[in-house]
Ligand binder design. Structure first.
Ligand SMILES: Nc1ncnc2c1ncn2[C@@H]1O[C@H](COP(=O)(O)OP(=O)(O)OP(=O)(O)O)[C@@H](O)[C@H]1O
Ligand SMILES: [Mg+2]
Length: 306
Protein backbone atom coordinates (compact mmCIF):
# COMPACT_ATOMS: atom_id res chain seq x y z
CA UNK A 1 0.00 0.00 0.00
CA UNK A 2 2.90 2.37 0.54
CA UNK A 3 4.28 1.75 -2.92
CA UNK A 4 2.45 4.66 -4.54
CA UNK A 5 3.04 7.10 -1.70
CA UNK A 6 6.13 9.01 -0.65
CA UNK A 7 7.33 10.23 2.66
CA UNK A 8 9.24 13.46 2.69
CA UNK A 9 11.38 12.85 5.74
CA UNK A 10 12.53 16.43 6.19
CA UNK A 11 9.16 18.09 6.47
CA UNK A 12 6.82 15.16 6.94
CA UNK A 13 4.63 16.87 4.32
CA UNK A 14 3.91 15.94 0.72
CA UNK A 15 5.86 18.02 -1.78
CA UNK A 16 3.78 20.88 -3.21
CA UNK A 17 4.44 19.91 -6.83
CA UNK A 18 4.41 22.11 -9.91
CA UNK A 19 1.81 24.89 -9.93
CA UNK A 20 -1.31 23.86 -11.81
CA UNK A 21 -2.12 27.35 -13.14
CA UNK A 22 -0.06 30.21 -14.56
CA UNK A 23 -2.35 33.04 -13.59
CA UNK A 24 -5.78 33.97 -12.33
CA UNK A 25 -6.80 34.71 -15.91
CA UNK A 26 -5.73 31.19 -16.90
CA UNK A 27 -7.98 29.73 -14.19
CA UNK A 28 -10.87 31.82 -15.41
CA UNK A 29 -10.49 30.85 -19.05
CA UNK A 30 -9.80 27.21 -18.14
CA UNK A 31 -13.05 27.11 -16.18
CA UNK A 32 -14.94 28.82 -19.01
CA UNK A 33 -13.57 26.05 -21.25
CA UNK A 34 -15.53 23.54 -19.17
CA UNK A 35 -18.62 25.77 -19.07
CA UNK A 36 -18.11 27.21 -15.61
CA UNK A 37 -18.20 30.96 -15.63
CA UNK A 38 -16.26 32.29 -12.69
CA UNK A 39 -15.78 35.88 -11.67
CA UNK A 40 -12.42 37.32 -10.68
CA UNK A 41 -12.99 36.46 -7.02
CA UNK A 42 -13.72 32.77 -7.63
CA UNK A 43 -10.82 32.36 -10.07
CA UNK A 44 -8.48 34.18 -7.68
CA UNK A 45 -9.22 31.82 -4.80
CA UNK A 46 -8.77 28.73 -6.98
CA UNK A 47 -5.42 30.11 -8.12
CA UNK A 48 -4.31 30.80 -4.54
CA UNK A 49 -5.54 27.43 -3.30
CA UNK A 50 -3.15 25.77 -5.71
CA UNK A 51 -0.22 28.06 -4.94
CA UNK A 52 -0.66 27.91 -1.17
CA UNK A 53 -1.71 24.22 -1.16
CA UNK A 54 -4.76 25.03 0.93
CA UNK A 55 -8.32 23.71 0.87
CA UNK A 56 -11.10 26.08 -0.17
CA UNK A 57 -14.19 26.45 1.97
CA UNK A 58 -17.02 27.50 -0.35
CA UNK A 59 -20.10 29.00 1.26
CA UNK A 60 -23.17 30.67 -0.16
CA UNK A 61 -26.86 30.25 -0.96
CA UNK A 62 -28.19 27.00 -2.48
CA UNK A 63 -27.76 26.46 -6.18
CA UNK A 64 -25.10 29.09 -6.82
CA UNK A 65 -22.48 26.74 -8.24
CA UNK A 66 -20.49 25.62 -5.17
CA UNK A 67 -20.45 21.91 -5.96
CA UNK A 68 -20.13 22.60 -9.66
CA UNK A 69 -16.97 24.63 -9.03
CA UNK A 70 -15.12 21.61 -7.63
CA UNK A 71 -16.38 19.39 -10.45
CA UNK A 72 -15.30 21.97 -13.01
CA UNK A 73 -11.82 22.35 -11.50
CA UNK A 74 -11.46 18.57 -11.76
CA UNK A 75 -12.53 18.61 -15.40
CA UNK A 76 -10.31 21.54 -16.22
CA UNK A 77 -7.21 19.95 -14.68
CA UNK A 78 -7.96 16.44 -15.93
CA UNK A 79 -8.12 15.22 -12.34
CA UNK A 80 -10.21 12.53 -10.84
CA UNK A 81 -13.05 13.93 -8.70
CA UNK A 82 -13.41 12.14 -5.38
CA UNK A 83 -16.50 13.20 -3.50
CA UNK A 84 -17.26 12.80 0.16
CA UNK A 85 -20.95 13.60 0.51
CA UNK A 86 -21.50 14.64 4.11
CA UNK A 87 -24.57 13.83 6.18
CA UNK A 88 -25.49 13.66 9.82
CA UNK A 89 -23.96 10.52 11.28
CA UNK A 90 -21.14 10.25 8.76
CA UNK A 91 -18.27 8.63 10.62
CA UNK A 92 -14.70 7.48 10.17
CA UNK A 93 -15.68 4.17 8.64
CA UNK A 94 -17.51 5.92 5.81
CA UNK A 95 -15.12 8.86 5.45
CA UNK A 96 -11.71 7.23 5.86
CA UNK A 97 -11.66 3.45 5.75
CA UNK A 98 -13.02 0.34 7.34
CA UNK A 99 -12.06 -3.29 7.47
CA UNK A 100 -14.05 -5.77 5.47
CA UNK A 101 -15.17 -7.91 8.40
CA UNK A 102 -17.01 -10.48 6.34
CA UNK A 103 -14.00 -11.16 4.21
CA UNK A 104 -11.76 -11.26 7.27
CA UNK A 105 -14.06 -13.83 8.88
CA UNK A 106 -13.94 -16.00 5.80
CA UNK A 107 -10.16 -15.87 5.85
CA UNK A 108 -10.09 -16.79 9.52
CA UNK A 109 -12.32 -19.80 8.82
CA UNK A 110 -10.20 -20.86 5.87
CA UNK A 111 -7.03 -20.40 7.90
CA UNK A 112 -8.19 -22.47 10.87
CA UNK A 113 -5.17 -23.90 12.62
CA UNK A 114 -2.94 -20.89 11.98
CA UNK A 115 -1.26 -19.11 14.85
CA UNK A 116 -2.91 -15.91 16.04
CA UNK A 117 0.11 -13.83 14.95
CA UNK A 118 -0.06 -15.26 11.46
CA UNK A 119 -3.81 -14.75 11.28
CA UNK A 120 -3.52 -11.16 12.41
CA UNK A 121 -0.94 -10.44 9.77
CA UNK A 122 -3.12 -12.09 7.13
CA UNK A 123 -6.38 -10.32 7.85
CA UNK A 124 -5.04 -6.81 8.34
CA UNK A 125 -3.61 -6.62 4.87
CA UNK A 126 -4.63 -4.24 2.13
CA UNK A 127 -6.95 -6.71 0.44
CA UNK A 128 -9.25 -6.50 3.47
CA UNK A 129 -9.27 -2.71 3.56
CA UNK A 130 -12.23 -0.74 2.23
CA UNK A 131 -10.91 2.70 1.35
CA UNK A 132 -13.43 5.52 1.70
CA UNK A 133 -13.16 8.91 -0.06
CA UNK A 134 -10.58 10.59 2.20
CA UNK A 135 -8.14 7.69 2.10
CA UNK A 136 -8.87 7.19 -1.58
CA UNK A 137 -7.95 10.81 -2.27
CA UNK A 138 -4.77 10.67 -0.20
CA UNK A 139 -3.41 7.52 -1.76
CA UNK A 140 -4.51 8.08 -5.36
CA UNK A 141 -1.56 7.88 -7.73
CA UNK A 142 -3.48 10.07 -10.20
CA UNK A 143 -4.20 13.78 -9.70
CA UNK A 144 -7.26 14.29 -7.56
CA UNK A 145 -9.76 16.99 -6.68
CA UNK A 146 -11.37 16.15 -3.37
CA UNK A 147 -14.88 17.51 -2.84
CA UNK A 148 -16.15 17.42 0.73
CA UNK A 149 -19.73 18.37 -0.03
CA UNK A 150 -22.07 19.97 2.53
CA UNK A 151 -19.57 19.74 5.36
CA UNK A 152 -21.90 21.67 7.68
CA UNK A 153 -24.01 18.52 8.00
CA UNK A 154 -21.47 16.45 9.93
CA UNK A 155 -20.98 16.44 13.68
CA UNK A 156 -18.06 18.20 15.27
CA UNK A 157 -16.08 14.97 15.82
CA UNK A 158 -16.17 14.18 12.12
CA UNK A 159 -15.13 17.73 11.37
CA UNK A 160 -12.10 17.19 13.61
CA UNK A 161 -11.25 14.07 11.67
CA UNK A 162 -11.39 16.03 8.43
CA UNK A 163 -9.19 18.68 9.92
CA UNK A 164 -6.59 16.09 10.81
CA UNK A 165 -6.50 14.71 7.28
CA UNK A 166 -6.44 18.18 5.72
CA UNK A 167 -3.65 19.45 7.95
CA UNK A 168 -1.29 16.57 7.31
CA UNK A 169 -2.55 15.02 4.08
CA UNK A 170 -1.90 11.68 5.62
CA UNK A 171 -3.92 8.88 7.11
CA UNK A 172 -2.56 6.59 9.74
CA UNK A 173 -3.85 3.04 9.80
CA UNK A 174 -2.54 1.39 12.95
CA UNK A 175 -2.30 -2.08 11.42
CA UNK A 176 -0.68 -0.95 8.18
CA UNK A 177 1.20 2.28 8.75
CA UNK A 178 0.90 5.84 7.52
CA UNK A 179 -0.32 6.65 4.05
CA UNK A 180 0.86 10.01 2.83
CA UNK A 181 -0.22 11.82 -0.33
CA UNK A 182 2.32 11.98 -3.12
CA UNK A 183 0.95 15.38 -3.97
CA UNK A 184 -1.38 17.65 -2.03
CA UNK A 185 -4.75 17.33 -3.77
CA UNK A 186 -6.94 20.33 -4.47
CA UNK A 187 -9.70 20.26 -1.88
CA UNK A 188 -13.08 21.98 -1.92
CA UNK A 189 -15.39 21.94 1.08
CA UNK A 190 -18.87 23.30 0.51
CA UNK A 191 -21.29 24.55 3.13
CA UNK A 192 -24.82 25.90 3.15
CA UNK A 193 -24.15 27.40 6.52
CA UNK A 194 -26.72 25.37 8.43
CA UNK A 195 -24.32 25.56 11.36
CA UNK A 196 -21.11 27.40 12.14
CA UNK A 197 -18.00 25.42 11.31
CA UNK A 198 -15.17 25.27 13.82
CA UNK A 199 -12.63 28.06 13.90
CA UNK A 200 -9.90 25.46 13.45
CA UNK A 201 -11.35 24.24 10.17
CA UNK A 202 -11.93 27.76 8.90
CA UNK A 203 -8.37 28.71 9.78
CA UNK A 204 -7.06 25.86 7.70
CA UNK A 205 -9.02 26.91 4.59
CA UNK A 206 -9.21 29.75 2.14
CA UNK A 207 -12.69 31.19 2.32
CA UNK A 208 -14.84 31.77 -0.74
CA UNK A 209 -18.32 33.20 -0.62
CA UNK A 210 -20.21 32.38 -3.81
CA UNK A 211 -23.21 34.61 -4.21
CA UNK A 212 -25.77 35.03 -7.00
CA UNK A 213 -23.91 36.18 -10.12
CA UNK A 214 -24.28 39.71 -11.43
CA UNK A 215 -26.50 40.34 -14.44
CA UNK A 216 -23.78 39.90 -17.08
CA UNK A 217 -22.47 36.68 -15.63
CA UNK A 218 -25.90 35.17 -15.13
CA UNK A 219 -26.84 36.01 -18.71
CA UNK A 220 -23.65 34.31 -19.87
CA UNK A 221 -24.30 31.27 -17.64
CA UNK A 222 -27.80 30.93 -19.11
CA UNK A 223 -26.45 31.16 -22.67
CA UNK A 224 -23.79 28.55 -21.91
CA UNK A 225 -26.01 26.10 -20.10
CA UNK A 226 -29.20 26.35 -22.16
CA UNK A 227 -28.68 25.10 -25.71
CA UNK A 228 -30.66 26.93 -28.34
CA UNK A 229 -31.60 29.97 -26.28
CA UNK A 230 -31.53 33.35 -28.01
CA UNK A 231 -29.46 36.21 -26.59
CA UNK A 232 -32.68 38.21 -26.10
CA UNK A 233 -34.42 35.52 -24.11
CA UNK A 234 -31.30 34.87 -21.97
CA UNK A 235 -31.15 38.57 -21.23
CA UNK A 236 -34.82 38.75 -20.33
CA UNK A 237 -34.61 35.70 -18.07
CA UNK A 238 -31.59 37.14 -16.26
CA UNK A 239 -33.31 40.49 -15.74
CA UNK A 240 -36.58 39.02 -14.47
CA UNK A 241 -34.76 36.69 -12.09
CA UNK A 242 -32.76 39.61 -10.82
CA UNK A 243 -35.88 41.60 -10.09
CA UNK A 244 -37.47 38.57 -8.38
CA UNK A 245 -34.39 38.28 -6.16
CA UNK A 246 -34.97 41.84 -4.97
CA UNK A 247 -38.47 40.90 -3.75
CA UNK A 248 -39.13 39.96 -0.19
CA UNK A 249 -39.56 36.18 -0.61
CA UNK A 250 -39.13 33.08 1.49
CA UNK A 251 -36.62 31.58 -0.95
CA UNK A 252 -34.99 33.40 -3.85
CA UNK A 253 -34.43 31.61 -7.15
CA UNK A 254 -31.01 29.99 -7.48
CA UNK A 255 -28.85 29.82 -10.58
CA UNK A 256 -29.89 26.22 -11.14
CA UNK A 257 -33.57 27.18 -10.99
CA UNK A 258 -32.90 30.04 -13.38
CA UNK A 259 -31.38 27.56 -15.82
CA UNK A 260 -34.36 25.23 -15.40
CA UNK A 261 -36.72 28.11 -16.09
CA UNK A 262 -34.83 29.15 -19.21
CA UNK A 263 -34.86 25.54 -20.46
CA UNK A 264 -38.60 25.36 -19.86
CA UNK A 265 -39.20 28.53 -21.85
CA UNK A 266 -37.13 27.20 -24.74
CA UNK A 267 -39.01 23.90 -24.71
CA UNK A 268 -42.32 25.79 -24.73
CA UNK A 269 -41.13 27.83 -27.71
CA UNK A 270 -41.37 31.14 -25.86
CA UNK A 271 -39.45 33.86 -27.65
CA UNK A 272 -40.21 36.74 -25.35
CA UNK A 273 -41.61 36.46 -21.85
CA UNK A 274 -44.96 38.15 -21.33
CA UNK A 275 -46.88 38.32 -18.07
CA UNK A 276 -48.87 35.24 -18.99
CA UNK A 277 -45.86 33.02 -19.73
CA UNK A 278 -44.15 34.25 -16.59
CA UNK A 279 -47.18 33.46 -14.44
CA UNK A 280 -47.61 30.01 -15.96
CA UNK A 281 -44.02 28.96 -15.41
CA UNK A 282 -43.04 30.67 -12.15
CA UNK A 283 -43.39 27.35 -10.34
CA UNK A 284 -40.11 26.29 -11.97
CA UNK A 285 -38.36 29.24 -10.40
CA UNK A 286 -40.09 29.50 -7.04
CA UNK A 287 -41.07 26.68 -4.73
CA UNK A 288 -43.42 28.33 -2.24
CA UNK A 289 -46.98 29.19 -3.11
CA UNK A 290 -46.80 32.50 -1.27
CA UNK A 291 -43.61 33.39 -3.19
CA UNK A 292 -45.25 32.51 -6.52
CA UNK A 293 -48.30 34.64 -5.70
CA UNK A 294 -46.27 37.61 -4.58
CA UNK A 295 -43.89 37.44 -7.56
CA UNK A 296 -46.73 37.10 -10.10
CA UNK A 297 -48.47 40.11 -8.63
CA UNK A 298 -45.34 42.24 -8.65
CA UNK A 299 -44.28 41.13 -12.12
CA UNK A 300 -47.66 41.93 -13.62
CA UNK A 301 -47.36 45.42 -12.17
CA UNK A 302 -43.91 45.87 -13.69
CA UNK A 303 -42.78 46.56 -17.30
CA UNK A 304 -43.07 42.89 -18.02
CA UNK A 305 -46.82 43.01 -17.72
CA UNK A 306 -47.09 46.01 -20.04
N1 LIG B 1 -20.69 29.96 -12.50
C1 LIG B 1 -21.42 29.04 -13.12
N2 LIG B 1 -21.17 28.70 -14.40
C2 LIG B 1 -21.90 27.77 -15.03
N3 LIG B 1 -22.94 27.11 -14.45
C3 LIG B 1 -23.24 27.42 -13.19
C4 LIG B 1 -22.49 28.38 -12.45
N4 LIG B 1 -23.03 28.48 -11.23
C5 LIG B 1 -24.04 27.61 -11.18
N5 LIG B 1 -24.18 26.96 -12.35
C6 LIG B 1 -25.21 25.97 -12.67
O1 LIG B 1 -26.02 25.81 -11.53
C7 LIG B 1 -26.13 24.42 -11.21
C8 LIG B 1 -26.22 24.26 -9.72
O2 LIG B 1 -24.99 24.48 -9.12
P1 LIG B 1 -24.51 23.62 -7.85
O3 LIG B 1 -25.18 22.32 -7.77
O4 LIG B 1 -23.04 23.63 -7.88
O5 LIG B 1 -25.04 24.53 -6.67
P2 LIG B 1 -24.64 24.48 -5.14
O6 LIG B 1 -24.18 25.85 -4.79
O7 LIG B 1 -23.73 23.35 -4.87
O8 LIG B 1 -26.07 24.25 -4.49
P3 LIG B 1 -26.47 23.49 -3.12
O9 LIG B 1 -26.08 24.42 -2.02
O10 LIG B 1 -27.94 23.33 -3.26
O11 LIG B 1 -25.72 22.20 -3.10
C9 LIG B 1 -24.92 23.77 -11.84
O12 LIG B 1 -25.17 22.45 -12.19
C10 LIG B 1 -24.70 24.63 -13.07
O13 LIG B 1 -25.51 24.15 -14.12
MG1 LIG C 1 -23.98 21.59 -3.79
Amino acid sequence: MTSDTTIDRDTGFPPPGEPRFDSIAAVRSGLAGVDYLADEGIAGIVYLADRLAKPVLVEGPAGTGKTELAKSVARMTGSRLIRLQCYEGLDESKALYEWNYKKQLLRIQADAGQSWEQLEEDIFAEEFLLARPLLEAIRSPDPVVLLVDEVDRVELETEALLLEVLSEYQVSIPELGTVRATRIPMVFLTSNNTRELSEALKRRCLYLHVDYPDLDRERAIISTRVPGISAELADQVARIVRSIRSMDLKKHPSVSETIDWARTLVVLGVESIGAEQARDTLNILLKYRTDIERASKELVGSDLGA
